[in-house]
Design a protein around this ligand. Structure first.
Ligand SMILES: Cc1cc2nc3c(=O)[nH]c(=O)nc-3n(C[C@H](O)[C@H](O)[C@H](O)COP(=O)(O)O)c2cc1C
Length: 412
C-alpha cells in the first residue's frame, strides 16, 4: 500500500508529491524532466545557461537561450504527458525572455528562485494556464512576496518552495546561517506554513508549501511533511539517475564525493553556494583564477571586474566533466550518500517504499500506544465503546487517512 498523498498546485493535481529541482547548467533538461513527470511527479527543466548548450553559429546568447528553451520544452512534451515545469533564476539577465517563452510554450509550472520574483504574475496572459511557484528561504520573504502579488496583481502563489540551507546550488542564506539551527529547514517549514496558511485563508486560496534542501530518503519526506509541507523538492538525488542530462563524469563526481569534499563557496552571483570541491575551486581560493572576459552577461548581479571566475564558463565545463581546469559541480549536503546510478522509476519507487515504511511504523507505534492506554483505562473501568467498535484493520485504515501530526511521529 502506498501512502503518498497527491498535492494540488493551483488546480494541477500532482499524484506523486515530489518536484525535481531545476538544475543548471544543463543538469536538468528534457531527459530528466520527462522521466520524472512520467512518474507522476513534476519534472523541471532549468533554463540557466541553456543558450550555452544550444549554440547556433551566428546567433547570440539571448536568441540561443529562447530557441534552446523552446526545443527542450517541446522535447519533454513528446516524452511525457505528465506535469512539466521550468526553473528560472531571478538573477538571470534574460529572466524576462525565459518566463515569456515558457508561458508561450504552455509550461505547466514556473519555479523562480535566486531572488524574489516580485513581478512574476505580470507575465500571465488571460489564456495561460501556467502556475507560478516562487522559491523562498524564510517566512518573511514568503509573506512579503504574497502581499506584493496580492496588492499589485490580485494573485497568490500556486505553491511556495522553501529551500533550506542543506540544498545544492545557490543558497538564500548568509554563510553563518547555513549551520545555524534557527535556519534549519525543520524550523522554516512550520513558520512558512503558518504565514502562508493565514494569507491563503484570508483570500480563499490554499497555497501548498514544498520543502527543499537535504531531503534524501522517503523517511526524510515523511518527516518534513509531518511538519506541514505538502510535497518536497529534491535535486541531488536525481543527479545519479540514468536519465539525468549531465555527463557520466558529472555523475561520477557525485558517486566519488566524500563528506569532507562538500563545501560552501562564494558564487559570483553574489550568494553562497554548495558544491563538491575540485582543483578548479582550490585554484580560485588560491587567487589563481581571473576571468578574462564576460562572454554572455548571464547574471544581473555578477560584475566581471570583481568576480573571481566566470560562473557560466565553469558550470558549462563541469557539465562536460571538466573539474580540473574547468569548473565544479554544485551539489546538496547529502551528495556523499549517493552510491549508485538508478533509473528515475527505481528512485521514485524507493522513495515511495521508504515513505510507506515510515508511515506504517508511525501507525503501529501509535496503535500500541492506544492499546496500552486502552488496557490501562479498562483497569479503571472507563467506557471505551468507541475504541472497541473498531477492528485493528479498520483502525489502521482510519489512521492512514489522518494527517501526519495525529500519528505522533518521533520527529527528529
Ligand atoms: C547541480 C545543481 C544545480 C542547481 N541549479 C539550480 C538552478 O539553476 N536554479 C535553482 O533555483 N536551483 C538550483 N539548484 C537547487 C535545486 O533545484 C534544489 O532545490 C536543491 O538541490 C534541493 O536540495 P537537495 O539537492 O539537497 O535535494 C541546483 C542544485 C544542484 C544540485
Amino acid at each position: 500500500m502506498g501512502y503518498f498523498k497527491p498535492v494540488n498546485i493551483g488546480g494541477l493535481f500532482v499524484p506523486t508529491p515530489i518536484i525535481q529541482g531545476g538544475m543548471g547548467v544543463g543538469i536538468s533538461l528534457s531527459g530528466l524532466a520527462s522521466a520524472v513527470a512520467n512518474q507522476g511527479a513534476i519534472g523541471v527543466i532549468s533554463v540557466a545557461g541553456i543558450g550555452m548548450i544550444y549554440k547556433e553559429a551566428g546567433v547570440g546568447f539571448l536568441e540561443n537561450s529562447i530557441n534552446g528553451l523552446r526545443t527542450e520544452i517541446r522535447k519533454a512534451r513528446k516524452l511525457s504527458s505528465g506535469i512539466l515545469g521550468v526553473n528560472i533564476m531571478v538573477a538571470l539577465s534574460n529572466f524576462d525572455d525565459m518566463v515569456r517563452t515558457s508561458i508561450e510554450e504552455g509550461i505547466d509550472v514556473v519555479f523562480c528562485g535566486a531572488g524574489l520574483p516580485l513581478d512574476l504574475p505580470k507575465y500571465l496572459t488571460p489564456e495561460s494556464q501556467t502556475k507560478l511557484v516562487p522559491i523562498v528561504s524564510s517566512a518573511r520573504a514568503a509573506a512579503l512576496l504574497c502581499n506584493k502579488w496580492l496588492a499589485n496583481y490580485n494573485y497568490l502563489p500556486d505553491a511556495i518552495v522553501v529551500e533550506g540551507p542543506k540544498a545544492g546550488g545557490h543558497l538564500g542564506f548568509k554563510l553563518e546561517q547555513t549551520t545555524d539551527p534557527n535556519f534549519a529547514l525543520e524550523k522554516l517549514i512550520p513558520e512558512v506554513v503558518k504565514v502562508v496558511n493565514e494569507i491563503g485563508l484570508n483570500n480563499g486560496k490554499t497555497i501548498p508549501v514544498i520543502a527543499a534542501g537535504g531531503i534524501y530518503t522517503g523517511a526524510d519526506m515523511a518527516r518534513i511533511m509531518a511538519l506541514g509541507a505538502s510535497a518536497v523538492q529534491m535535486g541531488t538525488r536525481f543527479v545519479t539517475t540514468h536519465e539525468c542530462d549531465a555527463s557520466d563524469e558529472f555523475k561520477q563526481a557525485y558517486l566519488q564525493a566524500k563528506i569532507e569534499d562538500v563545501k560552501i563557496i562564494q558564487s559570483p552571483v553574489g550568494m553562497p553556494g554548495r558544491a563538491i570541491n575540485s582543483q578548479f575551486l582550490l585554484d580560485v581560493e588560491a587567487g589563481k583564477r581571473h576571468p578574462k572576459a564576460c562572454p554572455v552577461n548571464c547574471i544581473r548581479t555578477c560584475d566581471i571586474k570583481t568576480a573571481p571566475y566566470c560562473i557560466m564558463a565553469s558550470l558549462t565545463s563541469a557539465l562536460r566533466g571538466n573539474f580540473n581546469r574547468g569548473g565544479y559541480a554544485f551539489a546538496g549536503s547529502n551528495v556523499w550518500r549517493c552510491n549508485e546510478i538508478v533509473s528515475v522509476k527505481e528512485l521514485v519507487q524507493t522513495l515511495r517504499d521508504e515513505y510507506s515504511d515510515f508511515v506504517e511504523k508511525g501507525i503501529s507505534d501509535f496503535m500500541s500506544r492506544i492499546k496500552r492506554r486502552t488496557a490501562f483505562a479498562r483497569t479503571r473501568n472507563f467506557k471505551l465503546a468507541a475504541m472497541d467498535s473498531f477492528s485493528t484493520d479498520q483502525l489502521k485504515e482510519r489512521l492512514a487517512q489522518l494527517t501526519f501530526p495525529f500519528l505522533g511521529f518521533p520527529l527528529r
